[in-house]
Ligand binder design. Structure first.
Ligand SMILES: NC(=O)c1ccc[n+]([C@@H]2O[C@H](COP(=O)([O-])OP(=O)(O)OC[C@H]3O[C@@H](n4cnc5c(N)ncnc54)[C@H](OP(=O)(O)O)[C@@H]3O)[C@@H](O)[C@H]2O)c1
Length: 306
């Protein structure tokens, strides 16, 4: 099968396009032909070596896919020909390629009316946003939330989910993205390039922080006493709070079929929309990762593999 992979950690020039062996299904696993996969921030962080060093080479990036089952291992509850999508189990990567073998239990059936590329676009971002907004922050109707980096993938899904819950949503974005995040439902938008967000918003019940660095630390300032902040771009632990009357939380983004079914339901009901997509051929994954690395994309970067 064709794949994009690296043999050593480093810059984007280490990514290669070539042939790797086809995978086979173990117990509880299926093999699928991948139709669509997405580019995520974690992909280039793994490639650079900023996460734990990878255990084997050649290493194929990619955490989510939508595709068609071609082989079913013992105990896996799908059939050949089923259209499935999902996020690979924690610790498994490898969807910048034509085929993947993975646990059936983390995948869901793709709704027939949704295109592979559209359902895959929301799989990892939806999983992360649902766990962060609903399970970690436990956002409630009438609460005020600041969602940092609203034009990004996870934050864009989170804005729509927070509005669905009935929260008041403030977000940060560069000016050229304001119309986009307003379309997602944001009530207030801060151009963080022009204004210090800590002067533009206060008294929030919750913060969902998707940017990282200083932005994370400064986010504690705008919480009301008793407020909660959840961080997904500050490493595996949430930052130490700068005050003692707020909570600092790190969502634990597990995988399970029921999350994927929820993501599909939210999309079918129109609660969330497919983000703006930029679509690349598999062999152009290098270019797509460079855009992700710039940290100023809008929506999602996708690989159309079939
Ligand atoms: N399981 C997990 O823990 C998990 C899962 C998914 C993602 N993540 C992490 O979450 C982060 C976000 O991922 P993503 O894919 O949703 O985002 P992304 O698509 O990479 O988002 C980039 C966005 O960040 C915005 N941005 C950059 N600097 C900013 C700043 N100073 N203030 C406000 N916004 C800023 C940009 O907006 P403008 O262009 O408008 O400036 C851009 O739209 C990444 O670090 C990713 O690795 C973690």
């Amino acid at each position: 099968m064709k794949a994009v992979y690296f043999d050593e950690h480093g810059g984007s020039e280490v990514l290669k396009y070539g042939d790797l062996p086809n995978p086979t299904a173990g117990d509880g696993e299926i093999v699928a032909d991948i139709h669509a996969a997405s580019i995520n921030g974690a992909d280039w962080k793994v490639r650079q070596g900023s996460y734990a060093p990878v255990a084997f080479f050649p290493y194929v990036c990619g955490r989510d896919f939508s595709g068609v089952v071609t082989e079913v291992g013992a105990g896996a509850d799908f059939e050949v020909g089923d259209e499935v999508f999902g996020v690979l189990p924690v610790g498994q990567e490898g969807t910048y390629c034509e085929k993947v073998a993975t646990k059936a239990a983390v995948l869901a059936k793709k709704p027939a009316e949704l295109a592979h590329i559209d359902i895959d676009a929301v799989s990892l971002i939806g999983l992360t946003a649902i766990i962060s907004i609903e399970e970690t922050l436990k956002l409630k109707t009438g609460e005020k939330i600041l969602i940092q980096g609203g034009a990004g993938g996870v934050a864009g899904f989170a804005i729509q989910l927070a509005k669905h819950i009935g929260a008041y949503v403030v977000t940060t974005a560069s000016e050229h993205n304001h119309e986009y995040v307003r379309g997602l439902g944001a009530d207030e938008i801060i151009d963080y390039n022009a204004v210090d967000f800590t002067r533009a918003v206060s008294d929030c019940d919750a913060v969902f922080e998707t940017v990282g660095g200083d932005i994370g630390i400064k986010s504690f300032n705008i919480l009301k006493p008793g407020g909660r902040a959840a961080f997904i771009a500050s490493g595996m632990k949430s930052p130490e709070p700068t005050r003692n009357d707020v909570q600092s939380l790190r969502p634990v983004v597990g995988r399970d079929r029921h999350y994927m079914e929820r993501v599909a339901d939210l999309l079918k009901q129109g609660v969330v929309t497919v983000p703006q997509l930029q679509i690349f051929d598999l062999k152009n994954a290098v270019e797509a990762q460079k855009i992700s690395e710039s940290r100023h994309l809008r929506g999602k970067l996708m690989l159309q593999i079939r």
